[in-house]
Ligand binder design. Sequence first.
Ligand code: FMN
Length: 153
Amino acid sequence: MQVKILYTSLTGNTQEAVDVLSDALENIDAEVVAFDADDGIAADEFFSDGDAYVLASYTDGEGELPDGMLDLADDLADIDLNGLPVAVLGTGDTSYEYFCGAVDELEKLVQQAGGQLIAPSVKIEMAPDDAACAAIAQFAQTLVTQAQNLSEN
Ligand SMILES: Cc1cc2nc3c(=O)[nH]c(=O)nc-3n(C[C@H](O)[C@H](O)[C@H](O)COP(=O)(O)O)c2cc1C
């Protein structure tokens, strides 16, 4: 099982969450390939050859997608994900009005593009604490189980 992760992180919180997720996935024998969205990857290239896909982002502005996710958002408007299994994770700050708004935005874009959300999204307050790490481990387990179920059907 290969899980592809596309993430963007400015101050490191989302990067940390992705590291925790990668460890959790590897602990359950999934192979992880992570891409920094700021390095630039076309959506059709990212959404190929994986068994499951994770989008991970912080939130910018007033509940908005950060710059690193804007190209992906544009691309998603033009491609058909055709039922591909996707899960979304994000970090944010509850002192803002729209906590982890980028997670909600990414969920919407994935669904509009025909992707399947296979795990409840995880919203993390800043850098992951112990509770968030446990939530990420659960997220990893759910997405691997769901992706396996889908590939068997
Ligand atoms: C200009 C600015 C706007 C932000 N707006 C929001 C927001 O609307 N909602 C939210 O939950 N967090 C918001 N945040 C907080 C970041 O999303 C949060 O600190 C996040 O963990 C940063 O992730 P990173 O360390 O991966 O860059 C904002 C931060 C900055 C600097």
